[in-house]
Design a protein. Sequence first.
Length: 354
Amino acid sequence: MKALILSGGTGSRLRPFTHSTAKQLLPVANKPVLVHCLENIRDAGVTEAALVVGAHAAEISGVVGDGSAFGLDLTYLHQDRPLGLAHCVQLAGDFLGDDDFVMYLADNVLADGIGKAARVFAAERADALLLVQPVADPRAYGVVEVGAGGHVRRLVEKPAEPAGDLAALGVYFFTSRIHEAVAGLRPSARGELEITDAIQRLVEDGAPVRAERYDGYWKDTGRAEDLLDCNRELLARLTGPAVHGEVDGTSTLSGPVVIEPGARVHGSHLKGPLVIAAGSTVTNCTVGPYVSVGRDCVLRDTVVADSILLEGAAVDGVPGLDHSIIGRWARIGRSAASGHQLLVGDHANAEVAA
């Protein structure tokens, strides 16, 4: 089985971060969302994968390279503009050939892996197997109507009046029969070739199409609040402290705290779960819980919880930073004004209350 990983798209709901960063490279628990995806694919036994990229192709390639660091042989495919998920299948036709494959939208985090679903797909040999989960507002997703034995009766993309609450999660397993269903598709009202339309074709042609309920943690990280929720979930899975950096004698640590080599902590109180990446410095701070501090960050005289700090961010003299995302190389300093939640983009400058 091969993999088709979709890592294009503009990430408009995550601006300003995605003006300069691919949304799939934004980190949760100090690891890019795309890396979580690659690791899941590897752990499912896949070794060959095609990665569909767009405007941030060079940046993505700089992070994941040829895939060998993740046990994968990666082929890059460029999509000039978002033309739909089914178009990505067309684009990857030569790479996929007649092989089975898993199509994985790389802005989704499935914290409990996809190994079980891969085994079900291999055993049952449905022409399509969709991972599904109930959602609060199914109008934002492809909605799957399921009959007896998990067989899919109907699939509708973002319906105004959903017939149920089961959403397709963005991970699909296909046999080569999907190529016939994709061929000749017409663009939808939003101008894209929809994979939901192709799967519906399979259903109407009598092909076996099955829904598999995903019982683990899943999050589509398309919004800032989703990234923070996912960050909390993954940090909560840390099982114990791992202190490899420098921590002075006046600092205190409690709970699962990960301090990478080269990080330095002085006069601070750390409450896990949290992660501090290599090259970062924390001085006279209270940090945590649920904080991810990226590489080369500087925190001084600050209290921060439930937040993500990207590479190179600096926060100085902030008495209460909570539920925030600070972009790469952003600077947050003192001010006489009151301060609240911050979603600060890359290379930005901001002032908060002293």
